[in-house]
Design a protein around this ligand. Structure first.
Ligand SMILES: [Zn+2]
Length: 300
């Protein structure tokens, strides 16, 4: 037997935007997602509260290497804990400079510090790449990593029995708001995303755990709604892409469009702010424009 604990990392001092999950079985516990380094103190405090130091963990499992999911992984590695991830993410975490620099290009240096915090390299001996659907046995727990590109090429959804930890491929849904797709550059691939969702549904999960944020008990309905909005956003951007608008021109209009969409699905202004924090809509403009550009150039 085991328990699954959702840890609220209180990103930017706001509740329920980024989560980590602690699985406590018969042996040492396993952590899924570390959050960014900016919430490291909060995570350490929460683990302490549950009776653990970072070094007490059996392993850290990452869904992908974006800062809001993997930014604090190096702290666990420093404590000797192994980090399981997609083979494509390995190089980035052992040499994080490139990852850092490309993010800094998007956010600017100042924002990088406030939002994400530092990222140090992880020794390759502590990074464990996992293949699609291989059985990963950690203590008494068996995890199945489901390679699931679409949001990121190095994305894994982690299955534990009939639950799946979906990272970002299962979308973002906060409180009782709707589910929306996070579409940051550079890896957005709508067809791959849909295939990944089908792959997840094939496993017949009874529940999903979203990093942004928490448990979903109706996976099929949830993922159907995700694909609907993913298609809607992709279509919206495609129209503007054909008109050759630039990111800066489109962004304010897209922000208005998505705010209205959230509102029409019952999210008030306050909740809309949480969505912006977990999934800034301006980022999805860049990601979806890039998708259409690559598609036009037959590079996908
Ligand atoms: Zn994320």
């Amino acid at each position: 037997m085991y328990t699954i604990q959702t840890i609220d990392l209180k990103f930017q001092q706001v509740e329920e935007t980024i989560a980590s999950f602690l699985i406590q079985g018969e042996g040492k516990p396993v952590l899924i997602e570390t959050g960014p380094h900016s919430t490291w103190i909060q995570l350490k405090f929460s683990l302490q509260h549950l009776g653990y130091q970072p070094k007490d963990l059996a392993a850290v499992l990452l869904t992908h290497i974006h800062f809001d999911h993997a930014g604090a992984a190096w702290e666990f590695a420093k404590a000797g804990v192994k980090v399981y991830l997609h083979p494509k993410g390995l190089e980035h975490l052992s040499n994080p400079e490139r990852l850092w620099n490309s993010a800094a290009k998007i956010y600017g240096n100042e924002q990088m510090d406030t939002l994400w915090g530092p990222m140090e390299s992880i020794d390759q001996s502590l990074l464990v790449p996992v293949e699609d659907k291989e059985q990963v046995l950690i203590e008494d727990l068996t995890f199945i990593p489901i390679h699931s590109p679409g949001h990121a090429s190095h994305h894994i959804a982690w299955q534990l029995d009939d639950m799946i930890f979906t990272g970002d491929v299962g979308g973002v849904k906060i409180n009782d708001g709707p589910v929306v797709p996070p579409c940051p550059p550079p890896d957005i691939d709508i067809e791959a995303w849909k295939a990944s969702v089908a792959k997840i549904l094939d496993r017949q999960p009874k529940g999903l755990y979203l990093t942004h944020f928490g448990k979903i008990i109706n996976p099929k309905e949830h993922l159907d709604q995700l694909i609907e909005i993913l298609d809607d956003w992709a279509r919206w951007i495609k129209k503007r892409f054909d008109n050759k608008d630039q990111v800066d021109d489109i962004t304010p209009e897209f922000m208005k469009y998505t705010a209205k969409q959230l509102e029409s699905k019952g999210a008030d202004k306050n909740l809309q702010k949480l969505y912006e924090l977990a999934n800034p809509s301006w980022m999805s403009v860049g990601g979806l424009l890039r998708y259409w550009k690559l598609k036009k150039e037959n590079r996908l």
